[in-house]
Write a protein that binds this ligand. Structure first.
Ligand code: KIV
Ligand code: ZN
Length: 514
């Protein structure tokens, strides 16, 4: 057996920053903190918590993550400007291990059309940004935006200059997902061979998935000598997303014969993290997604099942338990108490207030009356609904729908607001449309449905349906989800959550009953 020490690849998670740039995936403070805590349990090396200059809310979330999360380096992003860098330093200051991450575009296209600066000016701006950041924080990272489309000689010049200015990590992003493995790998090899001071820093890569190659490009970069990979849970991120953390980590681990490296990730937390991020962002994980999709360990073909029963490795290259998918998902039954529900949620990374737990437990009891077995996913769906802090402006009191092949679909709805009951009814081209229109009539809101998806939470005909929707109210677009064994009710609840959310967004002081 080889005793050779493996090279450690640092895992930099940017779910809370680049991941949040994914259309429809915006998160609120409490959700970001839940995710950051889970990322710490997953043992990522760095958490990129946000872009503080973007808004006071972004600043507050970075600051809260910096205050509350122990273990990983906490970093935040800034353009190469004094204002951005100072704001970053302020936000990240409370962290045990703070880092400022500053970036500047280096490619010809960005220099000429976006920045209108020549090469010398770019080098000067990058150096002064890193110099200022180093005065404010001991750990500084520099990213050369659009590095994969930058002339390699110029990129090496910038990298050399920012290292001299004090950067400790240099990141090579494939910002537009243009790279392909051989070429992107060649760029990494070129930088390692042609930047004299490169040995003083960790060389990161940050690949986008526009051509579906983010993981492949990152793996090739690691093989060529990159020391860190920037990635997101479930591959969330701008446009087609970023390198998926779970895929990268399991590829490095499963094919250690090729890569011969290790990460500090606790892979048994991967599935739980993926589920948490999916629930809190409203971004559904496709069933056939590698590593964490519902089908990733399901063997359908008889010949495969037969092989698995005889010898698991015939068709399985990883074990479900390696990524934290436990053998049996069945958790609780009709007679389980409030404490058991709280305990189970805690193990899945959810911490509810007493009031939320009371409501979640009541729904659990109601569900246990309707469904024979209750799975983790059922409990998660309920917890997610109850944690929705906008859910209380309007509350649903009663919904009745009439529909059928020879009936005009009609919904009668009663909502409660400030203890007052308001009732109305509407017709629609189907029961969901009728229910949503009756919400519009009562609340006076006019939502435009941008996306609507429904997914069974678990297997079985008695499964809850979880509705995820995205609704535009004028210039504000929000998303929400809700689950119920009655899919019309789930649709109406999800839509009502969107109404509540936009009301709170427009008037943050607005609380339940006001
Ligand atoms: O894709 C990109 O270039 C980025 C940088 C800001 C790191 O996200
Ligand atoms: Zn990016």
């Amino acid at each position: 057996m080889s005793t050779e020490k493996k090279r450690k690849i640092l895992i930099f998670d940017t779910t809370l920053r680049d991941g949040e740039q994914c259309p429809g995936a915006s998160m609120r403070l409490r959700e970001k903190i839940e995710i950051a805590k889970q990322l710490a349990r997953l043992k990522v090396d760095v958490i990129e918590a946000g872009f503080p200059v973007a808004s006071p809310d972004d600043f507050r979330s970075v600051r809260t993550v910096a205050e509350e999360i122990k273990g990983p380096v906490i970093c935040d992003l800034s353009r190469c400007t004094t204002k951005d860098i100072e704001r970053c330093a302020e936000a990240v200051a409370p962290a045990g291990k703070p880092r400022i991450h500053t970036f500047l575009a280096t490619s010809k296209i960005h220099r000429e059309f976006k920045l209108k600066k020549d090469k010398a000016e770019i080098v000067k701006m990058a150096v002064s940004g890193v110099t200022l950041a180093r005065k404010l924080c001991a750990d500084v990272e520099f990213s050369a935006e659009d590095a994969s489309r930058t002339e390699p000689e110029f990129l090496a010049e910038v990298v050399r200059a920012v290292i001299d200015a004090g950067a400790l990590t240099v990141n090579i992003p494939d910002t537009v997902g243009y790279g392909v493995p051989t070429q992107f790998g060649d760029l990494i090899s070129y930088l390692l061979e042609n930047t004299p001071n490169i040995g003083q820093v960790v060389l990161n890569v940050h690949c986008h998935n526009d051509l579906g190659l983010a993981v492949a490009n990152s793996l090739e970069a690691v093989r060529r000598g990159a020391g860190g990979v920037e990635c997101t849970i479930n591959g969330l991120g701008e446009r087609a997303g970023n390198c998926a953390l779970e895929e990268l980590v399991m590829a490095l681990r499963t094919r250690h014969d090729v890569y011969n490296v290790e990460t500090g990730i606790d892979a048994r937390e991967l599935f739980k993290t993926s589920r948490l991020v999916s629930r809190l962002t409203g971004m559904v994980v496709q069933r056939n997604k590698a590593i964490v999709g519902a089908n990733s360990f399901a063997h359908e073909a008889g010949i495969h099942q037969d092989g698995i029963l005889k010898e698991r490795t015939t068709y399985e290259i990883m074990r479900p338990e390696d990524v934290g998918i436990e053998g049996s998902e069945l958790v609780l039954g009709k007679h389980s108490g409030r404490h058991a529900v709280r305990e189970r949620l805690g193990r899945m990374g959810f911490k509810l207030t007493d009031e939320e737990l009371d409501r979640a437990y009541q729904r659990f009891v109601d569900l246990a009356d309707k469904k024979k077995v209750i799975y983790d996913d059922d409990i998660l769906a309920i917890a997610r609904d109850e944690m929705d802090d906008a859910s209380g402006v309007y509350e649903m009191d009663y919904l009745h729908v009439a529909t059928g092949t020879a009936t005009v679909p009609t919904a009668t709805l009663r909502l409660r607001k400030s203890g007052k009951i308001i009732q109305d009814a509407a017709c629609g081209d189907g029961p969901v449309d009728a229910a949503l229109k009756s919400i519009d009539r009562i609340t006076g809101m006019q939502g435009r449905l941008m996306e609507y998806a429904i997914q069974a939470v678990t297997v079985g005909q008695d499964a809850m349906g979880e509705v995820s929707i995205r609704v535009a109210f004028g210039d504000d677009t929000v998303n929400a989800r809700a689950a119920s064994t009655d899919i019309v009710k789930a649709s109406a609840m999800a839509y009502l959550n969107c109404v509540n959310r936009v009301l709170v967004l427009r008037d943050p002081g607005r609380k339940k009953g006001r």
